[in-house]
Design a protein around this ligand. Structure first.
Ligand code: CP
Ligand code: NVA
Length: 307
């Protein structure tokens, strides 16, 4: 089975064996890098990276990843390209495909990434859209595997605002055999469309998906607690949303309801003492910086497989 030429836009497009291949490759590339073994599998290849919004981890990990693989990455900010002056996404996709071997993009509207993928003749990788964040979840699955061994049968609880990260958790974790609980207040739960898609995956892979409105109930016996910002990029900060989400803060009291060896995850950047306390983020259960590191290894795996 080969992933060559595939777009990496939506985890729901992949089978468990395919995501397994990405994870195994990610573990292998991490070992190689730690041992200093050469792994220049993309020598002479170029990755175009379009950023329509800010990034630290995604930009640096993709750029360093391409260098470690013997290739090159180009950082393209919208305002510095003709996209900023109205050249269409479709035309841009066709032009970049003539120079580069893959395109990674971070966009506001998810339709922009699907449009890019429709017109590009090289693989397109989603570096975050308003709907999904698939590369993040591959790094997260790698991290969970490092800390817990197997993924199958674990309970992951995402607490907070339902967003691009939780949508991709519902897909990726379900595909890999984990039971998913979303702990969100009413009004901030996943869309019907995302629930439908994840429920279909759950049926296929024999896992459960539930939405719970009480944060303590949601994290009961969780092996993994995950949270993210209350306000994603492009969203307006409101008092109403903050008030609704504050009871869902990941703190020591919440941690006490989960398994004693629970790990705490956050895609970062974190808003310390908002969605999670500094005490928990810097505490013994936190694996947030392992997640950040694994962006590098998981994305190198995606790149070597699709390019
Ligand atoms: N987690 C994540 O995607 O981080 P950046 O916004 O810094 O890329
Ligand atoms: N949900 C966050 C993730 C940032 C990596 C956002 O979209 O801003």
């Amino acid at each position: 089975m080969s992933l060559k030429g595939r777009n990496f836009v939506d985890l729901a497009d992949f089978e468990r064996v395919e995501l397994r291949q990405v994870l195994d490759t990610a573990h292998d590339l991490k070992r190689k890098q730690k041992r200093g073994e050469p792994h220049e599998f993309l020598k002479g290849k170029s990755l175009a990276m379009i950023f329509m919004k800010s990034s630290t981890r995604t930009r640096v990990s993709f750029e360093v990843g391409m260098t470690q693989l013997g290739g090159h990455a180009l950082y393209l900010e919208t305002s510095g390209t003709q996209l900023g002056r109205g050249e269409t996404i479709g035309d841009t996709a066709q032009v970049l495909s003539r120079y580069c071997d893959a395109i990674m993009a971070r966009v506001f509207a998810h339709e922009d990434i699907t449009e890019l993928a429709r017109h590009a003749t090289v693989p397109v990788i989603n570096g975050l859209s308003d709907l999904l964040h698939p590369c993040q979840i591959m790094a997260d699955l790698q991290t969970i595997e490092e800390h817990k061994g197997d993924l199958e049968g674990l309970k992951i609880t995402y607490v907070g605002d339902s967003n691009n990260v939780s949508n991709s958790i519902m897909q990726g974790c379900t595909i890999m055999g984990m039971d998913v609980t979303i702990g969100s207040p009413k009004g901030y739960t996943p869309s019907d469309e995302m629930m439908k898609k994840a429920n279909a995956l759950g049926k296929r892979y024999g896992t459960t998906l539930e939405v719970v409105h009480d944060p303590s109930d949601a994290v009961k016996e969780a092996d993994v607690i995950y949270t993210d910002t209350f306000f994603s990029m492009g969203q307006e900060r409101t008092r109403e949303k903050e008030d609704a989400l504050m009871p869902f803060q990941v703190n020591k009291a919440i941690l006490g309801k989960a398994q004693s060896d629970v790990i705490v995850m956050h895609c970062l950047p974190a808003h310390r003492d908002e969605e999670l306390t500094s005490e928990v983020m810097d505490g013994p259960h936190s694996v947030v910086f392992d997640q950040a590191e694994n962006r590098l290894h998981a994305q190198k795996a995606i790149l070597t497989l699709v390019v």
